[in-house]
Design a binder for this molecule. Structure first.
Ligand code: CTP
Ligand SMILES: C[C@](O)(CO)[C@H](O)COP(=O)(O)O
Length: 272
């Protein structure tokens, strides 16, 4: 195994461009409350704070300076984004049966559309709709000079248990040391060529890009993301995401209102 903590004798490849890649071809089965009918739309198109979830996600990518473009990987026949175009985003029907297949299709499509093997790609779940341009920028800044790349992640905040299921239900098997545990988030940022190679070798079972790179013996960098960058996965998550987005919207409106009420004045006194 390569020891990436040791200085690399291989010079870094040339800088390259930065692309977004948003896998958007899932169904959202875990987001359906038990006993509820199957929703008409997959979860990434359901309304959150008055807007389809994925449009919040894509707005953050559209608002990030320095990206060459963002590819949205959707299921074959999915027309939703044709009716809701987003500046700087292009839609490709390369969705596969699981997330890794969708990402692999998206990486091939990026190369087919002119991206270079050494360009960077930031893979981000459509269902992480609370991502901000600042967090995307933080990841780029933290990884751009790294030999491997990295991902946003959140240091485990709670006590961690393993479980055992027996005749009396689910019970604690053990309490696990959490000091080295992080929750993997997205975006996950790697060079396109090495990532495509890693995912192709790892197969469809890997649940994130970093796992595929780890399987190649590499150690992606962990960059703090924050608790708000959670993935809308379970039914309760919609209300939580809506509350955060609405609060951000109110804060932005208040800041604008404050700016109009107290414009900077030549005297330096905000009242004159
Ligand atoms: N075949 C798939 C499966 C998932 N995804 C995308 O991967 C992201 C993260 O996946 P997850 O939240 O697990 O979404 P789903 O697979 O849709 O959810 P579930 O497992 O509950 O069905 C989502 O934006 C989802 O649309 C995808 O593009 N292609
Ligand atoms: C990539 C990911 O968001 C990292 O946490 C996550 O693994 C994707 O969702 P899934 O639930 O594993 O399919």
């Amino acid at each position: 195994m390569t020891d990436l903590l040791a200085p690399s004798p291989v010079p870094h490849p040339p800088q390259g461009r930065f692309w977004g890649l948003v896998p958007c071809a899932g169904v959202g089965l875990r987001a359906i409350a038990p006993g509820s009918p199957t929703p008409e739309l997959p979860k990434q198109y359901q309304l959150v704070a008055g807007q389809p979830m994925v449009l919040h996600t894509l707005a953050a990518f559209a608002g990030t300076a320095g990206l060459a473009g963002t590819l949205v990987a959707v299921a074959a026949g999915d027309q939703f984004l044709a009716d809701h175009p987003v500046t700087g985003c292009f839609v490709v029907p390369c969705g596969g049966p699981n997330r890794a297949d969708t990402v692999r299709g998206g990486l091939k499509a990026l190369l087919a559309q002119g991206a270079a093997q050494h360009d960077w790609v930031l893979v981000h779940d459509a269902a992480r709709c609370l991502i901000t341009p600042q967090q995307i920028r933080n990841l780029i800044d933290a990884c751009v000079d790294d030999a491997v790349g990295g991902l946003l992640a959140h240091k485990l905040p709670d006590t961690l248990k393993t479980a055992v299921t027996g005749p009396t239900g689910v019970r604690v098997a053990a309490t696990v040391d959490r000091s080295d545990k992080w929750l993997a988030q997205t975006p996950q940022m790697f060079r396109i060529g090495p990532l495509l190679d890693a995912i192709s070798r790892a197969g469809a079972a890997v649940t994130d890009e970093a796992s595929a790179m780890e399987a190649m013996g590499l150690r992606p960098k962990l960059v703090p993301g924050g608790a708000q960058n959670f993935k809308v996965t379970y039914p309760d998550d919609f209300a939580l995401a809506a509350a955060v987005l609405s609060q951000r919207g109110r804060a932005t409106t208040a800041e604008r209102f404050q700016g109009r009420r107290n414009p900077p004045s030549a005297s330096g006194n905000p009242f004159f």
